[in-house]
Design a binder for this molecule. Structure first.
Ligand code: FES
Length: 101
């Protein structure tokens, strides 16, 4: 029997899996976290404050061409930082809830 392969968004703290939810197209990481019952701190929800920053462990969350004020640091980009409120996963992703710093 064929089973449909579902893309997943999974949330970790360290090695602990906190929750997961199926990938929904064009939905932000923050909305996926809500669906998974995982709380990510957020404030501005517009990419400015940086409070929703997480680390992308695997998968793709494309960066906008113009980096938002909350993510305008080369080092953070190199460390795979993403902002949950504006980041939209395009594949299955694994997310570490702590920011890279
Ligand atoms: S909530 Fe402010 S950058 Fe995401």
């Amino acid at each position: 029997m064929n089973e449909a392969i579902v893309a997943l968004v999974r949330f970790f703290r360290g090695s602990a899996l906190l929750g997961f939810t199926p990938l929904v197209e064009n939905q932000t990481l923050l909305q996926h976290a809500e669906d998974a019952g995982v709380e990510i701190p957020s404030n501005c929800t517009s990419g400015t404050c940086g409070s929703c920053m997480v680390t992308l462990l695997s998968g793709q969350i494309p960066l906008p061409e113009d980096l938002p004020p909350g993510l305008d640091d080369e080092f953070l980009i190199e460390q795979h930082a993403r902002l949950s409120c504006i980041g939209i996963p395009s594949t299955s992703v694994d997310i570490e809830l702590s920011p890279p710093l």
